[in-house]
Design a binder for this molecule. Structure first.
Ligand SMILES: *[C@@H]1O[C@H](CO)[C@@H](O)[C@H](O)[C@H]1NC(C)=O
Ligand SMILES: *[C@@H]1O[C@H](CO)[C@@H](O)[C@H](O)[C@H]1NC(C)=O
Ligand SMILES: *[C@@H]1O[C@H](CO)[C@@H](O)[C@H](O)[C@H]1NC(C)=O
Ligand SMILES: *[C@@H]1O[C@H](CO)[C@@H](O)[C@H](O)[C@H]1NC(C)=O
Ligand SMILES: *[C@@H]1O[C@H](CO)[C@@H](O)[C@H](O)[C@H]1NC(C)=O
Ligand SMILES: *[C@@H]1O[C@H](CO)[C@@H](O)[C@H](O)[C@H]1NC(C)=O
Length: 571
């Protein structure tokens, strides 16, 4: 019978089609998923991420907590260890906005400026902005530091100017952070500054001039991930250059993520972030897995590789070859030697970007560079401290983890009142490994000022050589439960694809089987029975699945729609 043959032929084809679709869904699943990630994660002016990237005001607030150390025995310096009393947290809500966003499709990057705004949150804070704090006089210490190699006369002049001052100032929290306070030395300094790159600070405050400024963080040029999602979020240029002027070659290269996007497919290798605040890249080491709202993430923290002063790392040859040109040979060997003496040669190796698995570099490899030496300019720091003097226009500012966590114990023992612990004082980033989406970021850093004696400047004649903790802050952001559930759906996609693939294959096979059976039965009973096939089959309990299916098909003109619905409803 022609109508019957047509129908079974149609069903057979549908079955084959389902089998083919099901199998290809299973086999090509990684490719489909990659494509979905590529489309969904790449940054463009129409992408989902664009809105919250360009303005975070609608996001759950980023919490910026600042702690200030109150120096309670400043008159006893040199007699007693400085005693520091932690005040705070002073909490601020941080909003980030992007300005001058320009997409460059020709090289798949986006350029932008970043503006950060802070709003004081009195309710969450422990203390008020009017609290009075004893703070090391940073302006005087910076001035003395800056001119320490200048002529005797200059230094003597400064000594006279400082003769009426104390080593510390008493200021409110507000003045020390955002509002700033004016100081005669800054006014004088302003007249002497000839470098156009140095902003003419008329006041001092740790975050003075930063609130609402689009220029302070600099100009960024970042990969959008268009075309190759593996490049997403990598900073290519900062202030229009691919190197900074603050460190020796090749430690001055701009590298790592700009901090907001990470490419999918995270491994347990180190990750790199470029910090505009510190003018250098930071390396994070894989620490373990943690879970946020049931989503597993890889946690990376700042450790030895960033904080150590003898970390060795292989650079690409075209970067490494510049190293010796900017250092004297003597310099180079002194640093190499000291690295060996501390026994850290094998422990501190850094292997972030090369593809080898070995952790020990050969001593004659010309591309392996001791980053400790590469980052010191003249002097080197004990481990745990990063010298950002040049990045802060000559003020002797050193960055560490809060409470000198993971730093040389000698640095910690020079002061009293700090109690480092891993829970509160580490700097960590947790990324969901499949998508690279950050689940939690807890950025914690401490600013310290290097105090050292000066023979000429009277105020500093007898001060000990210490790194004085001034303030520390923690910026914390986390996925919300809603974002987490969306992410869970995305992560379930490969499984859903696999299951639907398998179901389609099975149903397709059943269809083909049914058609084959039908044609067998049909041949046998063609003469006695014609159109009654459908009814007959319903009676047979073993063939239930196919029958229900057949039944519906038989009664419905729009075969595909109906069969699809049936297929999905069944599991
Ligand atoms: C900071 O320490 C000084 C000296 O001990 C004290 O007078 C001042 O009240 C302290 N500030 C706060 C906010 O506790
Ligand atoms: C609030 O600050 C005081 C000192 O100023 C400190 O003793 C106390 O532990 C702080 N409380 C919290 C919750 O941090
Ligand atoms: C930062 O600037 C905004 C907008 O000008 C202002 O509302 C806010 O109070 C400022 N925050 C601080 C801590 O000064
Ligand atoms: C990409 O192109 C833009 C516009 O020509 C340029 O400003 C930017 O520096 C380029 N970025 C890189 C990484 O070459
Ligand atoms: C920190 O860096 C500055 C600028 O390069 C340098 O003059 C100073 O000696 C360094 N200090 C230490 C302790 O490494
Ligand atoms: C590196 O750090 C160690 C431990 O803090 C210290 O003993 C050593 O002097 C430092 N090396 C240099 C070159 O400063």
């Amino acid at each position: 019978m022609r109508p019957w043959t047509n129908k079974s032929l149609g069903l057979g084809i549908l079955g084959l089609f389902l089998v083919a679709l099901g199998i290809s869904l299973c086999v090509l699943r990684p490719i489909f998923f990659h494509h979905i990630l590529q489309k969904g994660l790449a940054l463009s002016s129409t992408s989902n991420s664009f809105k919250i990237w360009s303005d975070t005001s609608d996001l759950p607030p980023l919490i910026f907590k600042v702690y200030i150390f109150n120096w309670t025995n400043p008159e006893q310096l040199g007699i007693e260890k400085p005693h520091l009393d932690q005040l705070g947290p002073y909490c601020f809500r941080e909003v980030r906005q992007k300005d001058n966003i320009t997409f460059h499709h020709e090289n798949k990057t986006v350029s932008y400026l970043q503006r950060r705004l802070w709003y004081f949150d009195a309710k969450q804070s422990n203390g008020s902005l009017n609290d009075i704090v004893n703070h090391l006089d940073v302006v005087a210490a910076s001035a003395a530091h800056k001119i320490r190699y200048w002529d005797y006369d200059w230094q003597k002049t400064l000594s006279v100017i400082l003769s009426t001052r104390k080593l510390y100032t008493r200021k409110t929290v507000d003045e020390l952070l955002f509002t700033g306070y004016s100081d005669g030395i800054l006014t004088m300094g302003k007249m002497m500054v000839t470098d156009p790159d140095i902003p003419a600070f008329d006041r001092f405050g740790w975050f003075y001039m930063r609130n609402g400024s689009a220029e302070f963080d600099g100009h960024f040029n970042m990969e959008t991930g268009e075309g190759d999602i593996g490049q997403l979020g990598i900073l290519r240029k900062w202030n229009y250059k691919d190197t900074t002027k603050y460190h020796k070659n090749p430690c001055n290269v701009i590298e790592g993520s700009a901090g907001e996007f990470w490419p999918p497919g995270r491994t347990k290798d180190d990750i790199t972030l470029f910090s505009a605040d510190l003018c250098r890249p930071l390396f994070y080491e894989y620490e373990g897995t943690t879970s946020h709202f049931g989503i597993e993430g890889y946690r990376y923290t700042i450790g030895k590789k960033t904080l150590g002063n003898a970390t060795r790392r292989r650079f690409p040859h075209d970067q490494a070859k510049f190293f010796e040109q900017t250092t004297t040979t003597e310099d180079f060997f002194v640093a190499e030697h000291s690295a060996e003496m501390t026994g850290s040669t094998t422990e501190n190796t850094y292997n972030g970007h090369s593809s080898e698995n070995t952790d020990v570099y050969s001593d004659n490899d010309p591309d392996v560079i001791n980053m400790g030496n590469c980052y010191c300019n003249g002097e080197c720091t004990p481990s745990g401290l990063l010298n950002i003097t040049l990045c802060r226009y000559g003020a002797p500012v050193f960055i560490s983890l809060p409470h000198f966590h993971k730093a040389d114990p000698a640095v910690l023992n020079a002061v009293e009142g700090l109690r480092p612990n891993d829970k509160e004082h580490s700097f960590s980033i947790t990324l969901e490994p499949t998508t690279g989406i950050p689940l939690e970021v807890s950025a914690a850093l401490q600013a310290n000022v290097h105090l050292h004696s000066s023979e000429i400047v009277g105020l500093y004649n007898n001060v000990p050589n210490i790194y004085m903790p001034m303030i520390w802050f923690k910026l914390k952001a986390q996925v919300t439960e809603e974002m987490a559930s969306n992410l869970r759906i995305l992560l379930a996609l490969p499984i859903v694809m696999l299951c639907s693939g398998i179901i389609m294959t099975i149903v397709g096979l059943c269809l083909i089987g049914a058609v084959a059976l039908l044609s067998l039965f049909g041949k046998k009973r063609r003469i006695p029975q014609t159109d009654a096939t459908t009814e007959k089959m319903v009676d047979n309990p073993e063939k239930k699945t196919e029958m229900v299916f057949m039944d519906k098909m038989g009664n419905n003109e729009d075969d595909n729609v109906k069969s699809d619905r049936r297929l999905y409803a069944k599991p």
